[in-house]
Ligand binder design. Structure first.
Ligand SMILES: *[C@@H]1O[C@H](CO)[C@@H](O)[C@H](O)[C@H]1NC(C)=O
Ligand SMILES: *[C@@H]1O[C@H](CO)[C@@H](O)[C@H](O)[C@H]1NC(C)=O
Ligand SMILES: *[C@@H]1O[C@H](CO)[C@@H](O)[C@H](O)[C@H]1NC(C)=O
Ligand SMILES: *[C@@H]1O[C@H](CO)[C@@H](O)[C@H](O)[C@H]1NC(C)=O
Ligand SMILES: *[C@@H]1O[C@H](CO)[C@@H](O)[C@H](O)[C@H]1NC(C)=O
Ligand SMILES: *[C@@H]1O[C@H](CO)[C@@H](O)[C@H](O)[C@H]1NC(C)=O
Ligand SMILES: *[C@@H]1O[C@H](CO)[C@@H](O)[C@H](O)[C@H]1NC(C)=O
Length: 921
């Protein structure tokens, strides 16, 4: 071991000396780099001096020649100039993830005949693909995905021409998420090595050429989200290789015959124009893990499909399935079955284990009373919530020294190197512990480290069947941090895809920090610890040396500044009291949050309230968060702040906005919450261009009711929110409603035998429980009242108090006057898709919530049940339903009473007066 270390140091020293001796870069390459540089704007590209191979950022050399240019995720802007074609020695070109790079791809790029790896993905390039790129005959990785490229895919016509069909070394074609038009050219079906053909999310059309089935190596075919049409060709010849087929959301008119493709793991074919037919049993697909065939005009019985023993997720929503569902024999692998909006009359036998639920909203089966718990009568299968591995350390003390993070894999602390991965075509659509273990072990194997140095977390599936995850590479036990050299090597190997993660390819990797640091040349030697941890084997020594041999100079991320989840309380603050036991809530340094918000710049502001401002922040881990920063006058004492965090940290429910962490440093008090991309329902309802369907409104009501019901009935101790209103109900990107802003919450005393808490009245005008403000006695029924007002707001899309009219009184009067008829004019004119019967039930529920006597109001639990049953009976449908207009994040985390200032100032701090105009009577 000692010998190995000594040997490495000698080798590195020799390499360093060699590099000093050769420190004059090929002048033609130097000139070309300077010419390319002219096209770019960048605040942090540091290309100084005369010797690119001697330390310019992102440059890698072989001897004197520049062989790699990697400026991925470097905040470059500007254009790619034709001079790029003069870097004739380049083997690797990566300019990915610089969304400010615009303009055309120069045809001169085709002169880089040595190029093996082209990564121009995730920029904003436009124009069409120059046919000359077909000259890159040594290129294996060809990635132009996620740009704004248009035109047809160029192919050679005749002997003289050149096009994508000449890329005979290509293994990966990633052309997805652009604006390409035209057909899939028949000519590409000769490429012998192509395994991934991704053209999803473009505007391509026409029929798919039957010759595509001649691709001898094709494993993943993604044609989804285009305008392809016609009958789907016979692809039986792909039966030996094809793992994944995605043709969802096109206009194919015949159902592909996939029965002989026994290697298939993932089939996504929904939303086409298939003619009516009976659901096939797919019994020959013995490896199938995920099947998605919603909106496909299928009738018959899904029960046989459920026997495929590898099947994990099944979506057959919005078909015409009409037979009794038998769950008695289902595969043990199943995690989710979505059969919403079919015509299934009943379920005959229960599943052997109820580890999954069956979504049956919109089926007659949901109209039966006393449904068992494995039946979900909403019309949405579970949303895309992050999947998190179980923490496996019994140790209750997860508190680490400052800057270190608890490693759940080894149950020790260390500073990890963190990368964010996006997996572009996973063969599955549900995460499981086994799969997580497989991924960890692939990463450990590929990186050459022990499995307990790898922790993978935060798996999020995207709408189009990709998924993201965060990977932490920890130093070995007993070592604080990996050396920069090792980090560089890890990054290099993942960025260049020299590692196949078997079962998880292809992927993209994102360093979590922007690179403004250049790695020093490989002359520093490795720390003893890093070597010990990396591997004892010579294999790795070889890899490491190979890593340095080409003198890649990648930036390091500054893992030293990585977030510190479990730092002791008040590390830099004044309170030096004991660390609170706060599981899962992170202590952020002021510097972390400053960085996350570009120094609290106004461009990050997403809300203002009495408490202070709310910022959108980007953490080093890749997470997006909302940071609520208390302003000078509104800080609490250290003790109260701590108590609040302890309280909030205990609350976990999918319908509550989750507290991620806090900061208590530099005299600041900040709370860090998960970011809610969908904004508040208040903002939605007030925006005429965004229309919620009846079912969506019910789903939002159910989500928020569940969150509240959790606070009242399951949280320990029970909690009264005290400020329920439409601006405190936020939507995530999947439109799941979550209750926010528990800042005013009071611990309910019910568990101590009292039934109420006496307290100064707080809350928001229009939502206040009249009994509470008359008696100062707070009960959970005060939240029920406010929730009733929100229910009415969901119907009327108007603020509770408008022009002096109070919605509760308006509706009550209208009902008394003439029943339902009279209420209709008060409703949101864009509300559609409900029956009079449903409306009546909804209204009677809302009116029960706003009963003046608290005792007559239902409990949150009753409300949840009634709303669920309403949704079941109204035949919910899959998919969300925002009509009219682009949907984007808007101001959220609206705080306290400030939003009301336009409706009339209202002072809560004692001596308040409620004008008789608005007093609910
Ligand atoms: C460097 O590039 C030049 C052409 O620019 C070529 O002649 C030479 O062989 C290359 N050297 C190495 C070591 O590849
Ligand atoms: C392509 O790669 C092969 C070996 O992998 C090499 O022999 C050949 O010279 C390369 N072609 C070009 C044009 O660089
Ligand atoms: C994408 O390109 C089209 C023209 O092809 C242009 O109209 C559009 O503005 C571009 N979009 C972006 C986001 O640059
Ligand atoms: C491109 O491929 C086509 C078809 O194989 C061939 O006829 C043409 O000569 C190739 N072009 C070049 C420049 O090699
Ligand atoms: C599809 O192609 C396979 C072989 O390529 C052939 O055996 C089969 O008969 C074809 N199916 C149809 C319906 O033409
Ligand atoms: C289901 O629908 C098919 C086609 O509409 C029909 O032939 C069949 O009789 C129906 N089965 C049941 C059980 O209703
Ligand atoms: C996945 O990661 C990519 C890159 O960071 C990001 O653009 C995308 O929004 C992420 N998707 C989800 C659902 O988190």
């Amino acid at each position: 071991m000692g010998l190995a270390r000594w040997a490495i140091q000698i080798i590195l020293l020799w390499m360093f000396l060699a590099s000093v001796a050769l420190a004059v870069t090929n002048p033609a390459d130097t000139a070309a780099l300077r010419a390319v540089r002219v096209g770019w704007t960048s605040s942090n590209l540091n290309w100084n001096g005369d010797d690119p191979c001697g330390g310019w950022q992102g440059i890698g050399c072989d001897g004197q020649n520049v062989t790699s240019l990697d400026l991925g995720d470097f905040r470059l802007g500007g254009r790619l100039l034709p001079a790029i074609g003069d870097l004739v020695n380049l083997r690797t070109l990566i300019l990915a993830f610089n969304p400010l790079i615009t303009g055309l791809i120069p045809s001169e790029l085709g002169r880089l005949s040595n190029l093996e790896f082209l990564g121009l993905n995730s920029n904003r390039l436009d124009g069409s693909i120059p046919p000359e790129l077909g000259l890159l005959t040594n290129c294996t990785w060809f990635d132009l995905s996620e740009n704004n490229l248009s035109g047809e895919l160029p192919v050679s016509s005749g002997i003289a021409g050149v096009g994508l069909n000449n890329l005979t070394s290509a293994i990966h074609f990633h052309l997805n998420n652009n604006s390409f038009v035209g057909r899939v050219p028949e000519e590409i079906s000769v490429l012998p090595n192509l395994i991934h053909f991704l053209v999803d999310s473009n505007s391509m059309s026409g029929e798919i050429p039957a010759a595509l089935a001649n691709l001898p190596s094709l494993e993943i075919l993604r044609l989804d989200n285009n305008n392809f049409s016609g009958p789907f060709p016979n692809i039986t010849r792909l039966s030996g290789t094809l793992h994944e087929i995605h043709i969802r959301n096109n206009s194919f008119t015949s159902f592909p015959d996939i029965s002989s493709l026994s290697q298939l793991l993932f089939v996504s074919m929904g939303l086409n124009r298939f003619p009516p037919q009976a659901l096939p049993s797919f019994s020959t697909l013995r490896n199938l893990q995920s099947l998605e065939l919603d909106g496909s005009n299928l009738s018959g019985d899904p029960s046989a499909l459920l026997l495929i023993s590898t099947l994990e997720t099944l979506s057959l929503a919005s078909n015409n399935l009409n037979s009794t569902l038998d769950l008695g024999n289902t595969s043990p692998s199943l995690t989710s079955i979505d059969l919403a909006n079919n015509r299934i009359p009943e379920v005959s036998r229960a599943p052997p284990s109820s580890s999954y639920s069956v979504t049956l909203g919109g089926n007659p089966a949901c109209n039966t009373p006393n449904l068992p718990s494995y039946i979900n009568c909403s019309s949405n299968a579970l949303g895309n919530e992050a999947w998190r591995p179980r923490q496996n350390c019994s140790s209750t003390n997860r508190i680490c020294p400052r800057e270190e993070i608890f490693n759940e894999a080894s149950c020790t602390c260390g500073i990890p190197y963190i990368l964010r991965f996006q997996f572009n075509a996973p063969t599955f659509s549900a995460m499981t512990s086994d799969r997580n273990e497989a991924l960890r072990s692939e990463i450990a194997r590929g990186t050459g480290i022990f499995i307990d140095q790898v922790w993978v977390d935060n798996f999020v599936f995207t709408d189009n069947f990709r998924f993201n995850a965060t990977v932490a590479f920890f130093p070995p036990v007993g070592v604080r941090e990996l050396s920069d050299q090792v980090k560089t090597d890890i990054l290099r190997r993942y960025v260049l895809h020299t590692i196949d993660l078997i079962g998880f390819d292809p992927y993209h990797v994102f360093p979590i920090d922007l690179g403004d640091v250049t790695i020093r040349n490989g002359n520093g030697g490795l720390s003893a610890g890093a070597i010990a941890g990396i591997s004892i084997g010579a294999v790795l020594v070889v890899l490491l040396v190979a890593g340095y041999a080409i003198r890649q100079k990648f930036r390091a991320d500054k893992a030293k500044q990585a977030t510190n989840p479990f730092a002791s309380w008040g590390g830099g603050g004044k309170d030096n009291g004991e660390a609170p036991v706060i599981k899962g809530v992170r202590s952020f340094s002021f510097a972390d949050l400053k960085k996350a918000t570009s120094n609290f710049s106004s461009s990050h502001e997403i809300g203002v309230g009495g408490y202070g401002k709310v910022y959108k922040g980007f953490l080093l881990t890749g997470e997006v968060v909302a940071i609520k920063r208390a302003q000078a006058g509104s800080m609490q004492g250290a003790h109260e702040f701590k108590t609040e965090i302890e309280l909030l940290s205990r609350l976990h429910h999918k319908n509550l906005v989750e507290l991620v962490g806090f900061c208590f440093e530099h005299g600041e008090q900040m709370l860090v919450y998960e970011y809610m991309a969908g904004g508040s329902i208040h903002d939605h309802l007030m925006d005429q261009s965004k229309v919620f369907s009846w079912n969506k409104r019910l789903e939002i009501a159910i989500g928020s009711a569940r969150g509240l019901s959790y606070l009242h009935e399951l949280a320990n101790p029970p909690i009264i929110h005290r400020d329920i209103k439409s601006s405190n109900i936020l939507l995530d990107e999947m439109f799941v409603a979550k209750v926010a802003d528990l800042g005013l919450s009071k611990v309910s005393m019910a568990d101590e035998g009292k039934t109420h808490v006496s307290t100064q009245v707080k809350g928001t005008l229009g939502y206040l429980d009249p009994e509470y403000y008359m008696t100062n006695q707070l009960t959970d029924k005060s939240d029920v009242y406010s929730f009733g007002v929100v229910l009415l707001e969901l119907l009327t899309a108007r603020p509770p108090i408008e022009n002096g009219k109070y919605v509760v009184r308006e509706v009550r009067t209208a009902l008394a006057r003439g029943g339902l008829e009279e209420v209709i004019p008060l409703l949101d004119s864009s509300l559609e898709g409900y029956s009079a019967r449903d409306l009546k039930r909804y209204l009677s529920l809302a009116m029960a919530c706003v009963e003046e006597a608290a005792a007559q109001r239902p409990s949150m639990n009753d409300i949840v049940k009634e709303l669920e049953s309403l949704l079941g009976s109204s035949g919910g449908f899959r998919g969300s339903s925002i009509g009219g207009g682009e949907f984007h994040a808007i101001s959220l985390y609206d705080d306290d009473s400030v939003a009301l200032s336009s409706a009339g100032a209202f002072e809560y701090s004692g001596g308040y007066h409620i004008s008789s105009k608005v007093e609910p009577k």
